[in-house]
Design a protein around this ligand. Sequence first.
Ligand code: NZQ
Ligand code: ZN
Length: 386
Amino acid sequence: MYNFEYKNPVKIIFGKGTIPNVANEIPKNKKVLMTYGGGSIKQTGVYDQVKNALKDVELLEFGGIEPNPHYETCMKAVELAKREKVDFLLSVGGGSVLDGTKFIAAAIMFEGNDPWDILDKPATSPVNAAIPLGAVLTLPATGSEMNGTGVITRAATLEKKAFASPLVMPQFSILDPECVFTLPDRQVANGVVDAFVHVMEQYLTFNVNAPLQDRLAESILTTLIEEGPKVLANRTDYEAAANFMWCATLALNGLIAAGVPQDWGTHLIGHELTAFHGIDHARTLAIVLPGMMSLKRENKKEKILQYGERIWGITEGTDDEKINAAIAKTVGFFESLGLPTTLPEYDVPEETIGKISLRFKESGLKLGEQRDIDFQMVEAILKDRL
Ligand code: NZQ
Ligand code: ZN
């Protein structure tokens, strides 16, 4: 196992009826900006719950943060927050609203010229300060509620980039599984797949003799395979919703990453598919992961075989046959949830592959747990998905 440091200060408030607890968590005498998305919180009643709970708090609002939150939109919130001297942000929504809010929190305090540098030039423009934030999470998927990562899209240049800082970890996140009841099938399926692939990025690498991390990762995968279809079949199954929600949080709160190598190549390639074609984040992962598993089967051999055996009971055949069977099971799981896994099913033309590999060629970025996935390998992985 590698050496590691692990600190996660996010207070989780989990369970039915917990949204009004937000009133106890906002520090006294703060001017709060509540951020939200396209309006789902008004239809679901979450907006009213938060407003009622915070009726004694000085509260401003900023709505309209879109899925795959735009830098351009977030900068409008930064302007408002600076003008109004806001000193606490409350995100009410899914991962996109929360990621946008993390960026707003850092951008308000940014001292350089353009806060886009936080995403574009993290080495020279790190997050040095951020105003505090909290979250009411309405969609289990990203793990953003218990981590310090944000992913932002710049619409003008079709770029989607991530940044990370402990300074933007929420002070608290309220997770009421009843929020799952109002999610459309598509968002439930996306959430299950996003959480599943988060685990795979931290698990399907190479062996460093960390059996506890492996088994924690496998537990999350198995639970998602069991609970995800239950949530899809019966949206008001509270127990299934609760288990799904907690899986999504644990999949990306740093715990299973402690002491092990991490990949994240599937995510970085997937972000380009969203940037160019607006495909939902989880759906890009459903496309890319099978290609990643197939093309990196030698580097990842031991772990793919372990995954196949422990998660899907695959024990028969040569190593290559077992790996193919593990990929087929993974694809079958994604498709059973309603996520297509090939590029043509999303009308992505072949020329997009060239555009994406060119971006990796120009940046020189190498992906994967061994930093050996260059632009040509990116091209091969995507061609595998035609
Ligand atoms: O915008 P509103 O009207 O609120 O509607 C949203 C949105 O249309 C709706 N929704 C949310 N909660 C609902 C609901 N509808 C009914 N009932 C509810 N309870 O769902 C739609 C999708 O919301 P969004 O926030 O975009 O989804 P998700 O949570 O999957 O977030 C995706 C974003 O997170 C990033 C992705 O790249 C993408 O931009 N990620 C963030 C990560 C992180 N911070 O660690 C890691 C992930 O890998 C991921 O990259
Ligand atoms: Zn993800």
